[in-house]
Design a protein around this ligand. Structure first.
Ligand SMILES: [Zn+2]
Length: 239
């Protein structure tokens, strides 16, 4: 398979679309190949079903223009960082050979998000260990970047996604079973509240404001950035 330059992991189908897909769209526009790996099928969601979520993920993939999407089906509501799961995730990384990986922030209300984040972090490192044998050859991505879900962090940087915002919204809206639908008789959840999308947009606008853009996506990177020329990097923007 041709390499996927930017590979995003989501604990459930829709997590990447809700928090980080503007950056995927922007990277696709810049000529990079983009992909998403869902760790679970989202079958424990209060609304919808596994089949509905799979069809919604397919529709969202088309809107984003993904070059790759897979679902490891590791068990919604019981996702754990185990040796077996690490092998499955690291083999996806080796098959895709990403330059950069996006991962959910590990401090989160949902246990799948915390466990999935730890699992992907471990797999990212172990994918580069040649003594760990799987179907594909060892590969280590250049960086692991975290995106926020329910809990915040102070961003290491923000990507301006103002021009990508409408398409990101369209991709997230493919998960119709999860969002507000006045006709629905299913049990109400936070995500199905009529306010949910306003909260998502409010946060994107807050991150945008930090960099003087209308909408932004925040990322945290543990790796220290090497900078050769701080004047070139930071000197262009007054204030
Ligand atoms: Zn989730």
């Amino acid at each position: 398979m041709k390499a996927i330059d930017l590979l995003a992991f989501g604990p459930h189908p829709d997590d990447v679309e809700i928090s980080a897909a503007g950056t995927l769209i922007r990277m696709k526009e810049a000529g990079h190949r983009i992909g998403i790996c869902d760790l679970t099928g989202g079958e424990m969601g209060t609304r919808g079903s596994r089949e509905i979520r799979a069809a919604e993920a397919q529709a969202a993939s088309r809107v984003l223009g993904l070059d790759y999407r897979c679902n490891l089906d590791l068990g919604d509501g019981r996702l754990l960082d185990t040796p077996d799961n690490r092998l499955k995730v690291l083999d996806v990384i080796r098959a895709c050979r990403p330059r950069v990986i996006l991962n959910a922030w590990h401090h989160d209300d949902h246990p799948d998000h915390e466990a999935g984040s730890r699992l992907v972090k471990a797999a990212h490192f172990m994918a580069g260990m040649s003594r760990v044998e799987t179907e594909h050859a060892a590969w280590r991505a250049g960086a692991l970047l975290y995106y926020p879900a329910r809990q915040e962090f102070r961003p290491s940087f923000v990507v301006d996604i103002s021009a990508q915002w409408e398409r990101r919204r369209e991709a997230a809206m493919c998960y119709k079973s999860q969002f507000h639908d006045p006709q629905s008789t299913e049990r109400k959840t936070q995500i199905s509240s009529p306010d949910f999308w306003n909260w998502v947009e409010g946060r994107a606008m807050y991150y945008g404001q930090l960099i003087g853009a209308s909408h932004g996506e925040a990322f945290f990177v543990e790796k220290t950035l090497a900078v050769a020329d701080p004047v070139a990097l930071f000197g262009g923007n007054a204030g």
